[in-house]
Design a protein around this ligand. Structure first.
Ligand SMILES: Cc1ncc(COP(=O)(O)O)c(C=O)c1O
Length: 342
């Protein structure tokens, strides 16, 4: 099987398995796990923040951030297809009692003027308080799009002037960094908190980090506990996260090149694919010419040995990662091209 469903399917590397086998551990709820502490410090430093918190998943990191920044009844400005709104099982409503103000974006990128219009007037008692603006970089349903840094800067300045917090869902912040040449700590400087995943393109088996100020992380730690996310000898998994941050970032460029390869070869084969829109490790491909819906195409591809996900009625998403080679990408194109003819 050539698995192009997601970068979450990546296997831990041998170096990660070795680090896990020998990790020094303790009870992290007592803050006695030296490996977790080292990972949290490393992640915070790389993102230019004071402190970090190791969480089991990106979803937990985003939702702990929302719970920590917002009060019940507050409103969160978020892009209409953002992960925090679209893919987290209604968690912001269920766990934090907040509502989403959805701003439609283009490939997940909100126009700063649209964000400005969505901010509530604090003087009007009818309105909820705008507590937070969430920015997803890179944007998953936006096909791995990287935000224009000037948009992030403008939204951040607008938010700060009004006492509104910015949270960055940076599940793939290092893909954004590698693709744009803008360091992760520069992206993070425009946000009060950032969540980023170790378990996606960076290949760690489990875990994400939430970073921000010391005060924020202290409160977030309590909220993580409240959600049942206090872990004990978590250094076993944190050890793999350290290897991920120390060794797996630069190679993301290979995944980006493979995603461009997929898009250009599939376009040449007659699919609706736009190489110019491939900025990181995802390619959105319109499969209408096969005469199948995206769901049917996905099922047919699976039978032939290629795994992908359907994201709309017409489009599939192909995600490149450490465990698919350029050769396998060529092979996948050949298989999918054969489905146009059959
Ligand atoms: C942009 C984005 N944010 C958050 C998450 C959530 O991560 P997890 O699956 O670890 O909960 C994902 C997962 O795909 C994602 O793509």
């Amino acid at each position: 099987m050539i698995d192009l469903r997601s970068d979450t399917v990546t296997q831990p590397t041998q170096a990660m398995r070795d680090a896990m086998a020998t990790a020094e551990v303790g009870d992290d709820v007592y803050r006695e796990d030296p490996t977790v502490c080292r990972l949290e410090e490393l992640g915070a430093r790389m993102l230019g923040k004071e402190a970090g918190l190791f969480v089991v998943s990106g979803t937990m990191g985003n939702q702990v951030a929302i719970m920590t920044h917002a009060q019940r009844g507050d409103e969160i400005i978020t892009e209409a297809e953002s992960h925090v709104f679209y893919y987290e099982a209604g968690a912001m409503a269920a766990l934090s009692g907040v509502q989403a103000r959805q701003v439609p974006g283009r490939r997940g990128i909100m126009e700063p003027d649209d964000v400005k219009r969505a901010i509530r007037d604090t003087g009007n008692v009818h309105f909820p308080r705008t507590a937070l603006i969430a920015i997803e970089n890179t944007h998953n349903r936006g096909g791995g799009a990287v935000w224009p840094i000037e948009y992030v800067r403008e939204i951040s300045a607008m938010a700060r002037a009004r006492g509104i917090v910015v949270h960055m869902d940076g599940a793939r912040i290092f893909n954004a960094s590698v693709a744009s040449g803008i360091a992760a700590d520069v992206w993070a400087s425009y946000a009060d908190s950032v969540m980023f995943c170790l378990s996606k393109g960076l290949c760690a088996p489990v875990g994400s980090l939430l970073v921000g100020s010391v005060d924020f992380i202290e409160q977030a730690r309590r909220n993580r506990k409240r959600m049942g996310g206090g872990m004990r000898q978590a250094g076993i998994i944190a050890a793999a996260g350290i290897v991920a941050l120390e060794t797996m970032i630069d190679r993301l460029a290979e995944d980006h090149a493979n995603a461009r390869l997929l898009a250009s070869e599939l376009a040449a084969a007659g699919f609706g694919a736009d190489t110019a829109s491939v900025e990181t490790n995802m390619a959105m491909v319109d499969v209408s010419r096969s005469g199948m819906t995206a769901a049917e195409f996905k099922a047919g591809a699976r039978e032939r040995g290629v795994l992908c996900n359907d994201v709309t009625a017409t489009n599939i998403r192909l995600v490149t990662h450490h465990d698919v080679t350029a050769e396998q990408c060529h092979e996948a194109v050949g298989i999918m091209a054969s489905m146009l003819k059959s």
